[in-house]
Ligand binder design. Structure first.
Ligand code: CDV
Length: 311
């Protein structure tokens, strides 16, 4: 029997700094209902989708900073999403800032969860590749202080048996790193879900920044093709508190082809019928990892330190 998962990517337009959690959840619920109306069984929300992208600010007051984080999931404001999931029988991926207290110490992560069609959390991921800086950078119009507000994820790149397949998660900057996809690819992943907040001015080098859209799709399409997996990438986009962020949310097949793409910079649902068996043709031929990968050769090269001839 074909394993088709009708999947939605729920792109979000900007969330202003004054918008409350309840406001954001209301928008997510609208998107979820629209996804359901289009027969989707899973909806992929974006990174940090409950608040504005707060790492652009230097926030020195701890109580103020804490307000951007969830200390429980579901919590009082997010419970409605889980209830709607159960009621509508639609699952979701959700990105949020997570605050946990361990041994009396606050720990902060940029986190995503995978929820099944009964509103149960089946997987959790914490962002590994944190971009930006720990200290504000002089001369920048917008800061990017993820290294200040989060620690690198400590859960690895797991995969989960769900939706009749093998699913994985990552978050935003992770999508630019081949290791992200490959670690999940080696575990047989069939669909990777991710959310992103990508400002156009992220490097400060105009020649690189002008390629932001190209690099967005390049990373996800390459990751999909080279690991024979679906990739569902969902943006928070548009001009958020003066920061201009890329949209182009996309559903990408294991061929590397984009099969659905957002056309606005606002809240928008796109959908595709994702056949989880599609990656098989690639995994059994060009990307048959067991037959064609050469891990011993990779190890020798990485371990041969100092082997670069002097200039
Ligand atoms: N939120 C992110 O991780 N954004 C990064 C930008 C800063 C480079 C991204 O990779 O899109």
């Amino acid at each position: 029997m074909a394993r088709i998962v009708k999947t939605a990517a729920a792109q979000m337009g900007p969330i202003s700094r004054s918008e409350t959690r309840k406001d954001a959840v209301r928008r997510l619920l609208d998107l979820m209902r629209e996804a359901k109306a289009r027969d989707a069984e899973m909806v992929v929300f974006t990174e940090l989708c409950l608040t504005t992208f707060f790492p652009r600010y230097l926030i020195e007051d701890e109580a103020e900073l804490d307000r951007y984080y969830e200390t429980q999931m579901p919590g009082p404001d997010t419970a409605a999403l889980f209830e709607a999931s159960r009621e509508l029988q639609i699952g979701f991926y959700l990105g949020y800032a997570e605050l946990v207290v361990e041994n009396g110490k606050k720990r902060r992560f940029n986190t995503s969860i995978l929820v099944d069609r009964n509103g149960e959390i089946v997987g959790k991921y914490r962002k590994v590749h944190l971009p930006g800086h720990a200290e504000p950078q002089p001369g920048r119009r917008h800061q990017h202080l993820e290294k200040r507000y989060f620690e690198p994820g400590n859960l690895g790149f797991g995969v989960w048996r769900a939706y009749n397949g093998v699913l994985g998660m990552c978050i935003c900057n992770d999508r630019r790193w081949p290791e992200t996809y490959r670690v999940m690819g080696l575990q047989g992943v069939e669909m990777i879900m991710l959310g992103y907040n990508t400002p156009y001015d992220h490097t400060g080098h105009t020649d690189i920044d002008s390629l932001t859209q190209f690099h967005n799709h390049l990373s996800m399409q390459a990751g999909a093709y080279q690991n024979a997996t679906w990739v569902v990438g969902t943006a928070k986009c548009g001009v958020e508190e003066g920061s201009n962020m890329v949209g182009q949310s996309a559903i990408i097949a294991p061929s590397g082809e984009i099969v659905a793409m957002a056309s606005t910079l606002e809240d928008e649902i796109i959908t595709a019928n994702c056949d989880l068996d599609m990656g098989k043709r690639y995994r059994e031929t060009i990307f048959d990892f067991a037959r064609h990968r050469e891990p011993e050769a990779y190890r020798l090269i990485v371990e041969r330190k100092g082997s670069i001839p002097p200039a």
